[in-house]
Design a protein around this ligand. Structure first.
Ligand SMILES: [Zn+2]
Length: 128
């Protein structure tokens, strides 16, 4: 246990300090993301491991992305008890990240449509 009552559950993962009780009545553990400084280091580690290349299904042969333009994706989302361990992280381009079927990515879809990253047929291109 860390000083504030947060249990250390392994590399890159903290939680739960105490179970949270959602409005709908069941207990959900609360998880914290790594601090920005650690996230920057993690991003760089994952990007270097992936040689800066998108690991998504639409980029089998792709050019390397600059670190500041790549997306680092949780393979198993934190909300599904995934971790911030490097083995659960991968480099994606914006298009592959937006098209990944995850309700948390919904917020990125409108901006990607506006920016021309995806078109109106995006629903047929989603992947898990
Ligand atoms: Zn991609």
């Amino acid at each position: 246990m860390l000083g504030s009552g947060i249990a250390w559950l392994g590399e890159g993962r903290l939680g739960p300090a105490q179970p949270g009780v959602a409005k709908h009545g069941f207990n959900m553990p609360k998880f914290r993301r790594l601090s920005k400084e650690l996230n920057a280091e993690k991003r760089k580690q994952v990007w270097l491991r992936d040689e800066g290349r998108c690991q998504g299904p639409y980029c089998v042969i792709s050019c390397a992305l600059p670190l500041n333009r790549c997306h680092i994706d949780h393979i198993v989302p934190l909300s599904s008890f995934g971790t911030n361990h490097n083995s659960n992280l991968r480099t994606l381009c914006r298009r592959c990240h937006v098209l990944r079927l995850d309700f948390k990515h919904r917020g990125m879809i409108a901006a990607a449509l506006r920016d021309g990253i995806i078109d109106c047929s995006w629903r047929s291109l989603t992947w898990t």
